[in-house]
Design a protein around this ligand. Sequence first.
Ligand code: NAP
Ligand code: MG
Length: 403
Amino acid sequence: MEKIQMKTPLVEMDGDEMTRVLWQMIKDELLSPFIDLKCEYYDLGLKMRNDTDDQVTIDSANATLKHGVAVKCATITPNGARMDEYKLKKMYKSPNGTIRAILNGTVFRTPIVVKGITPCVSNWKEPITIARHAYGDVYQNVECKLHKGDKAELLITRANGDVEKELIHDFDSYAGIVQTMHNRKDSIESFARSCFNYALDQKKDLWFGAKDTISKQYDHTFKDIFAEIFEKEYKEKFDSEGIVYFYSLIDDIVARIMKSKGGMIWACKNYDGDVMSDMISSAFGSLAMMTSVLVSPSGVYEYEAAHGTVQRHYYKHLKGEETSTNSVATIFAWTGALRKRAELDDIPELVKFANKLEFATRQTIEEGKMTKDLALITSMTETVTLNSHDFIKAIRKMLESLL
Ligand code: NAP
Ligand code: MG
């Protein structure tokens, strides 16, 4: 069989630990035999980040801006223990944070649904995608403890020098706490555009909820910005795709989500997205079955698995012990990126290949062959638990039968 040819390079960001091991297996078994892979390679493994003072992360993000599509392996975010383990020059920031800041994007997380791994919520038939606004609010807050007798006031200095002061609370007879937070209009606008673009890309409805009835300035601004951008820039496109944008109070959205059959993209403010993405991933089965894509408002895409480097499995692997690590989300990161690259470059056979690889992956699980994490939660009775490599080889066999 002739290998599929690519046109524009895909930005490849390699990573750490067990996912780095899976990364190579996926390329060797599932991609390179079928595609003449054209990748611009960046090694975001912690050693290389340390050797380059993290310049490699910045370079990889800039390459993504240039070429338009990237695929990323999970990476270590350094902490104290990693400083010693990797003898780091400094405690580098999370690569995902660095990349997100450069691409200015929104992260969309979607569970991979297969038969036999059923969501806890029985009426959820299709995946629910969470879009989390990853700027501001409580994550960039200013907060303080107050003593009895203290007074908290909000002081604003306007551009012309005018000063406005507003009492937050007078702690005249008790101690307490105070918190302030902010957001930026440009960031909310980018968030809104990323969500509308992604909804069009996926041809799915977009839901958004905030607490605008209580927060008449802050949350109401989110609601207004979404509404204005939708009316001006997206309404016609949504109409012609037959999809809808639906805004409601966050409480109402949560209640409706629980009763829905799924299938929508749910835009969440920063804190809501943090919390709800964990609820969605656990309700749909496993973090190892969750894909993630960072979409910039200008239409640049970076695909990855939602889970981390699976450190515990890696240490077993290093000791020569067998591992059964789930590669599904990492495979779907590759298929997502390849399909997007293929759509942009008009390579229909590559779109078909990506679809077939996803189908083969699902089909392998649905025939009962899976990794240990899935074997523990499946409703199927006759299953075979495979090790990390054998699971990928089983997918290869299924894929070859489809080609
Ligand atoms: P993790 O790598 O997601 O793994 C946590 C646990 O979840 C694992 O020990 C394993 O449970 C289970 N798990 C996750 N992915 C799995 C898979 N593919 N197959 C089977 N089981 C899976 O999170 P972590 O251990 O907290 O973090 C490890 C490193 O990853 C950290 O250095 C962190 O900074 C980094 N991280 C990176 C990203 C990213 O690059 N996007 C995201 C999160 C974390 P059992 O041990 O019970 O089998
Ligand atoms: Mg969370």
